[in-house]
Design a binder for this molecule. Structure first.
Ligand code: SAM
Ligand code: SF4
Length: 444
C-alpha cells in the first residue's frame, strides 16, 4: 500500500447492537483527539471506519459490499478501517479479500486505532484483534460531550454460549468494568449534557462489582448509586439474560423512580425443547414467571424481547408455543429474526435445518402478532400524560422528538430545548411512534 496524507475528516458507520454504537462514539472521540473532524453530511470523508456486526450472515456480508462501494467523488478510495465483530471473526479474510482496507481492529483493541492510523498513513496495513480484558477502557480519552440520552458500556462479552450465537467468540468472556470507572464516566456524561444513561452489556445484568465501601454489588446496586447523581434523570439497561435476573433488580424497578419502566428480556423461543437445544438455561414457564415478578414490582412496566424463528429442529408445534408465549406476554415492542447459521457455533451443524420458505412464513406470522401487540400497547397509552425527554428535532419545522418512559418515540410541536424533559399528553398512536401535546416543563 502507498503512503497517503494524514486524514482530515472521518466518518464512523456503526451497524448492529447498541454496544457497537457506544464503541463507534468512543472511536470518534479517539479520532477527534487527533484533530480529525467528522465529515459534513453528504461529503466525502478521508477516513471511514466500518464498525461491523457479525450476529447474522446478512449483517456480515454487508461489510464487503460496503467496502466495494466506498469511493470519494474524485474516484479515489478513502482510508478504510474495519472494526467490530466481523473484524474480530474474519480479520485475515478481510485483509485478503479487500486490499483497500488498511486497518482491521477488533472490539477489544480499538483504543489502538490512532497507532494503526499512523502506520496506515505510512502505507502499512495492520490487524489488531487482541482481546485484553478491560485495557481498552483505561486507554480511551475521558468523555466530553454527550447526547441527552447516552450509552455507557458496563459489561462486555458472554459466557452463556447459546448454541446459535457468535458473541462469546467475537466479544470474548464476560467481564465487568469497575464500579469507580463507571461512576466517573457517568459523571462525565452528565456533565457533558446527558439526562438519561442506558447501561449496556451483552448480559448487562451479569454485571458485578464492589462499591466505594468494598461491598459486592450487582447491577441493581450500580443503578442505585447512579440514581444519586442529581442531574441524571433517567436510567435504563439492556440487554438482560433471564438467568442473571436477581431479586434486587426486580425490586429496583419498584423502588427507584429514575429507573424507567422498561425491560428488554429476550426469550428467543416459547418451546422448551428448542430452548434446551439453544442452551438458554431457562424454560418458557420460568421466563413467564420472571415477567410476572417484574410486573408485580412495577405494574406499568413495558416489556420487550428477542425471538429467533427457524432454529434447527423447530417444528410447527414448537413455533406455536412461541406464538402462545407472545399472546401471554403482550410485548410493547420486540425484535424477531430468522435463524442464521454462524460458522463455528454448535447449531450451524445441527440436523434438521429449517427450510428458508418455512422460516419466512413463520417470521411473517410472528411479526404480525408482535406488531399487533405493539399497536395495542401504543393505543392503550393514548390519553396518558408523561415526561418525555427531548432528544432531537423532528422532520417538520417546530417538531421535536423524544422518548416516553416506556421507550416509545413521541413527536410533538414545541419550542423547548433538546435535553429538556417535558410533560406531554400522548394524543395519537401509530405503529412505531406516538403524537403528543406538550402540557408543561418537568424537572425529572
Ligand atoms: N445477549 C442477548 C441475549 O441473550 O438475549 C442478546 C445478544 S444478540 C447481540 C441479539 C439478538 O440477536 C439475540 O437475542 C438473538 O435473538 C439474535 N441472534 C443471535 N444470534 C443469532 C443467529 N445466529 N441467528 C438469528 N438471530 C440471532
Ligand atoms: Fe449470544 Fe446467548 Fe450470550 Fe446472548 S446470552 S450474547 S444470545 S450467547
Amino acid at each position: 500500500m502507498r503512503a497517503t496524507p494524514p486524514p482530515k475528516t472521518y466518518r464512523v458507520k456503526s451497524f448492529g447492537c447498541q454496544m457497537n454504537v457506544y464503541d463507534g462514539e468512543r472511536m470518534a472521540e479517539l479520532l477527534a483527539d487527533r484533530g480529525i473532524v467528522p465529515a459534513p453530511e453528504g461529503e466525502d470523508a478521508d477516513l471511514v471506519v466500518l464498525n461491523t456486526c457479525h450476529i447474522r450472515e446478512k449483517a456480515a456480508e454487508k461489510v464487503y459490499s460496503d467496502i466495494g462501494r466506498l469511493r470519494k467523488a474524485d474516484g479515489s478510495k478513502p482510508l478504510i478501517a474495519v472494526a467490530g465483530c466481523v473484524a474480530q471473526a474474519e480479520g485475515e479474510e478481510i485483509m485478503a479479500r479487500a486490499p483497500s482496507v488498511s486497518m482491521v481492529v477488533g472490539p477489544q483493541a480499538y483504543h489502538r486505532l490512532p497507532e494503526m492510523l499512523d502506520k496506515a498513513v505510512a502505507g502499512e496495513r495492520t490487524t489488531d484483534t487482541d482481546m485484553p480484558p478491560i485495557a481498552k477502557f483505561d486507554a480511551l480519552p475521558a468523555r466530553r460531550r454527550a447526547a441527552p440520552s447516552a450509552f455507557l458500556t458496563v459489561q462486555e462479552g458472554c459466557d452463556k454460549f447459546c448454541t446459535y450465537c457468535v458473541v462469546p467468540y467475537t466479544r470474548g468472556a464476560e467481564i465487568s468494568r469497575p464500579f469507580a470507572d463507571l461512576l466517573a464516566e457517568a459523571e462525565r456524561l452528565v456533565a457533558g449534557g446527558a439526562r438519561e444513561i442506558t447501561l449496556l452489556g451483552q448480559n448487562v445484568n451479569a454485571w458485578t462489582g464492589e462499591d466505594h465501601k468494598g461491598r459486592a454489588i450487582g447491577l441493581d446496586g450500580l443503578i442505585r448509586e447512579l440514581a444519586t447523581l442529581p442531574d441524571l434523570a433517567r436510567i435504563r439497561y439492556t440487554t438482560s439474560h433471564p438467568m442473571d435476573v436477581t431479586d434486587g433488580l426486580i425490586a429496583a424497578h419498584g423502588e427507584i423512580d429514575k429507573l424507567m419502566p422498561f425491560l428488554h428480556l429476550p426469550v428467543q423461543s416459547g418451546s422448551d425443547p428448542i430452548l434446551k437445544a439453544m442452551n438458554r438455561s431457562h424454560d418458557a414457564d420460568g421466563y413467564l414467571r420472571l415477567l410476572e415478578r417484574f410486573r408485580a414490582a412495577r405494574p406499568d412496566i413495558a416489556l420487550s424481547g428477542d425471538f429467533i424463528v427457524g432454529f434447527p429442529g423447530e417444528s410447527e408445534a414448537d413455533f406455536e408455543a412461541t406464538m402462545q408465549l407472545v399472546d401471554a406476554v403482550g410485548y410493547a415492542q420486540a425484535f424477531s429474526f430468522k435463524y442464521s447459521p454462524r460458522p463455528g457455533t454448535p447449531a450451524a451443524t445441527m440436523a434438521d435445518q429449517v427450510a428458508p420458505e418455512v422460516m419466512d412464513e413463520r417470521l411473517q406470522r410472528l411479526q404480525a402478532a408482535l406488531n399487533r401487540d405493539q399497536m395495542a400497547f401504543n393505543q392503550a397509552s393514548v390519553g396518558k400524560t408523561c415526561p418525555v425527554l427531548v432528544e432531537r428535532k423532528g422532520k417538520k419545522p417546530g417538531q421535536l422528538l423524544g422518548k416516553s418512559p416506556w421507550l416509545q418515540s413521541v413527536w410533538f410541536d414545541s419550542d423547548v430545548s433538546i435535553g429538556e424533559i417535558v410533560e406531554v399528553e400522548l394524543a395519537e398512536a401509530g405503529p412505531n411512534s406516538m403524537a403528543g401535546r406538550v402540557r408543561a416543563s418537568a424537572t425529572t
